[in-house]
Write a protein that binds this ligand. Sequence first.
Ligand SMILES: O=C(O)CCC(=O)C(=O)O
Length: 228
Amino acid sequence: MLTQLDGILSRRGMSSPIEWSMPSAARGRAALLVAEHRASGQEIVRNPHLAEDWANFAVRTPNLLAAVQAVLGPDIAVENTFLVMKWPGRSFEIPWHQDGIDARLELHPDRSLSAWLAITDATVANGCLHVAPGSQRLGYLPVKKEASTGAERGQADQAHGFTPDTTTPVPLRAGCAVLMDSRLVHRSGTNTSDGARIGLNVRYTAPDGIVRRDATSPSVVPISGTGW
Ligand SMILES: O=C(O)CCC(=O)C(=O)O
């Protein structure tokens, strides 16, 4: 039985794995992304669901959408997507943060969630997510004011004592996803493998899920329901 403090997903603040794609199809997409971005070494693409068919399709895949609707109800929109490509031999990590808060936005933790979709396999060696299970119970933490080194999300202002003892890696096979409470504290490490690691983070919201949002944000894209 979940208490109000636990939030909408589980006592751990997460739910996985959700299959959003056949592994072979996800790996096929990853190969195309590597071909497109390897030479430039681009690590982040913001809001690919607004410009690229594959990402617009990925956020609507039936199994994933059903899992999101089971928690948030029938009316679902995508507020933001964030594609992260970690190249071998490059030191690049995403610091501790919470997806539902940053300098420009706050999402209601009961009416929003985020999903991280593995496009390649995500392993400890190639820089998978690490989460602090149960950290959603802390609520939103103070957000660092200046822009972070990429996460753009609510980078926690302090380390808040999260250590390898209190956190856990979330390895995922290509084509699987993890749903996370908007307050769940997470990070990801550097890719020390010899292949690319690619994942797509999606922020989903119900109609009443946006508490605060600035005018420069791209528009929210409804993907299901009639309540928009
Ligand atoms: O893809 C990653 O390594 C982390 C992405 C993430 O945490 C985010 O976009 O909120």
